[in-house]
Structure formats: structure tokens, C-alpha cells
Design a protein around this ligand. Structure first.
Ligand SMILES: [Mg+2]
Length: 165
């Protein structure tokens, strides 16, 4: 499998079937922040995302936000609002922050899954760390300028991949 192939491709984070993940032995979910949980053009996560996170906690999942966002206060505020552990300045696609996320949640690689909206940060980092990945569609079209450049390559790479709605 290529370093740029997600294990799954799902329309949005709240469409991810938590019961199925749990049945497959997953116990921790590492979560990207921007455009995965919190739209780039908004300050807070939508209600359906917060509700999905609550269901995950109720099922017994350990959750940790792993964000490349340089504004640590923004990351910590969202994590606090959503009741998540958090690691900021993650520098994905480097795998170190994901390994720190495993340590923080106390699970093995096999028991974790990384969820994010970018192939060249979230999915690449997950594959480098040896963790299953779920790519989701970005919540908003607003992106940082360099992310917009990566999106061009990303669209090309995802052409043949079917998204589970
Ligand atoms: Mg993102």
C-alpha cells in the first residue's frame, strides 16, 4: 500500500461508524482539528461532530487531537470545548506527534486510527507511524495557501478512490 493511501475514505468525521471501528479492535482515535473537526472558517465544531465525539467517548474510545495548527491557544480551546486530549505543533507528516498520541491514549498502533482531511499530512503521517487512517472530505473550502497547493495533487491522487457517503 502506498504511503498516500488511506485505509478508508469517508464523507465526514460524523459518518464514521464507531461501533464498527470498536468491533475491529480500535480503542483510540487520533483526530486532526482544522477542516476535520472544526471548519477553517468557523471557531467551533458543528453540533453533529460534538455529538459524534460524545458517542465515541461513551463507547470507551480514547480521543486525542493531533493538530499542525501553530496557534496553540486555538487548539487547546477547541480540545477543551470538545473534551479531548490535544497535541499541537504536530508537524505532520512527521510521525512523532502520532506516536505521542499513542502514548497519551495508552494504546498500540493496531488499536489506533488517525482521522484527517489531508492526504499529505494526516494520511502520510498515519502511514509513516503504522496506524490505520481514515481520510475525510474537508469541512470547508477555506484552506491555508500552501494547503490549497497540496489540494491540487490530492484531487489527482484521489480520482480513483471512492468515498463512502
Ligand atoms: Mg486538516
Amino acid at each position: 500500500m502506498s504511503l498516500f493511501s488511506p485505509t478508508r475514505y469517508v464523507a465526514s468525521v460524523d459518518r464514521i461508524d464507531l461501533e464498527e471501528l470498536f468491533a475491529r479492535g480500535k480503542r483510540a482515535i487520533l483526530l486532526d482539528r482544522d477542516n476535520t473537526l472544526v471548519p477553517r472558517d468557523r471557531a467551533a465544531a458543528p453540533d453533529e461532530v460534538a455529538a459524534w465525539l460524545d458517542r465515541a467517548k461513551a463507547l470507551g474510545f480514547r480521543l486525542c487531537m493531533v493538530s499542525n495548527n501553530w496557534h496553540r491557544d486555538q487548539v487547546m480551546r477547541s480540545a477543551g470545548e470538545l473534551g479531548l486530549e490535544a497535541i499541537s505543533h504536530a508537524m505532520k507528516p512527521a510521525p512523532f506527534a502520532l506516536n505521542a498520541g499513542l502514548k497519551r491514549t495508552g494504546v498500540s498502533k493496531d488499536e489506533a486510527v488517525m482521522v484527517g482531511d489531508q492526504l499529505y499530512t494526516d494520511v502520510w503521517a498515519g502511514n509513516l507511524a503504522g496506524i490505520d487512517t481514515i481520510l475525510v472530505k474537508p469541512q470547508a473550502t477555506a484552506d491555508l495557501w500552501y494547503t490549497q497547493i497540496f489540494r491540487i495533487f490530492e484531487r489527482r491522487a484521489l480520482r480513483n478512490l471512492t468515498c463512502e457517503e
